[in-house]
Design a protein around this ligand. Structure first.
Ligand SMILES: Cc1cc2nc3c(=O)[nH]c(=O)nc-3n(C[C@H](O)[C@H](O)[C@H](O)COP(=O)(O)OP(=O)(O)OC[C@H]3O[C@@H](n4cnc5c(N)ncnc54)[C@H](O)[C@@H]3O)c2cc1C
Length: 200
């Protein structure tokens, strides 16, 4: 997949800023992958559900970071502050209007591989799992553990978005949305604090 005219033009017009960004990104000692607009794999990495229906300028981040864990997320937030960028968060990339992507002045953090935890405690009937799961494989894991949680029907939607802006499926009339089964959620804030919100 090659760069579009839009990307080529953007890169040519912002050569100096992009070089500075690469230097700063290298200094981060980021464990995960870093993809900057103009890189060979950028056209493929920016793809998500809405890239075919939203103008390219709104779904083309300047830099896409793939954190390997919480430390990488803090480094990404630090870079974002330093460069006065905004961050968009993507997990499964299925937001209909491309809101998990952003324009080339901003940064995208992709959590599709960052949080694969899955621990089911049969005694308390509590599942602790990361946001990176895609619904299809997550449903299978749930089935293997003898549990079921309300969810939608697209196998490639991920928990990251689905748990708070989705979770509507065939059992919704009897079991409600996925969020109704949520006990707590761990979050990361702009101030580099982490916390846990418990559901009422
Ligand atoms: C083909 C298709 C079928 C669908 N079917 C259903 C269905 O049957 N039932 C249903 O309820 N919904 C359905 N949806 C809607 C889907 O559940 C939502 O769009 C959901 O938000 C997608 O989550 P995602 O992680 O895949 O998407 P993303 O685009 O990655 O994220 C969606 C939103 O959540 C935010 N976000 C993502 N990850 C995180 C995170 N880790 N922390 C904080 N914010 C985050 C993003 O910034 C964005 O605003 C469908 C969507 C599509 C495109």
């Amino acid at each position: 997949m090659s760069n579009s005219d839009f990307i080529n033009k953007y890169v040519a017009e912002h050569k100096k800023q992009l070089e500075e960004l690469r230097v700063k990104a290298n200094l981060l000692a980021f464990d995960g992958r870093v993809v900057i607009i103009g890189d060979d794999d950028y056209p493929q990495k920016r793809l998500q559900y809405a890239t075919t229906s939203v103008a390219e300028e709104y779904v083309s981040p300047r830099i896409i970071l793939y954190p390997t864990g919480e430390k990488d997320i803090q480094k990404a937030i630090g870079l974002c502050h330093e460069l006065k960028m905004a961050i968009s968060v993507r997990t499964g990339g299925h937001q209909y209007c491309g809101y998990s992507s952003t324009s080339p002045v901003n940064m995208q953090i992709d959590l599709s591989e960052t949080f694969p935890e899955y621990e089911y405690d049969a005694e308390t009937n509590v599942l602790r799992c990361g946001v990176s799961h895609a619904l299809g494989s997550w449903a299978k894991m749930n089935h293997d553990h003898g549990i079921y949680l309300p969810m939608g029907v697209c196998a490639y939607v991920n928990l990251g978005g689905h748990v708070h802006t989705g979770g509507w499926g065939m059992v919704a009339r009897s079991h409600g949305l996925l969020a109704r089964s949520r006990v707590s959620v761990r979050h990361h804030t702009r101030q580099r604090r982490e916390g846990t919100n418990r559901a009422a």
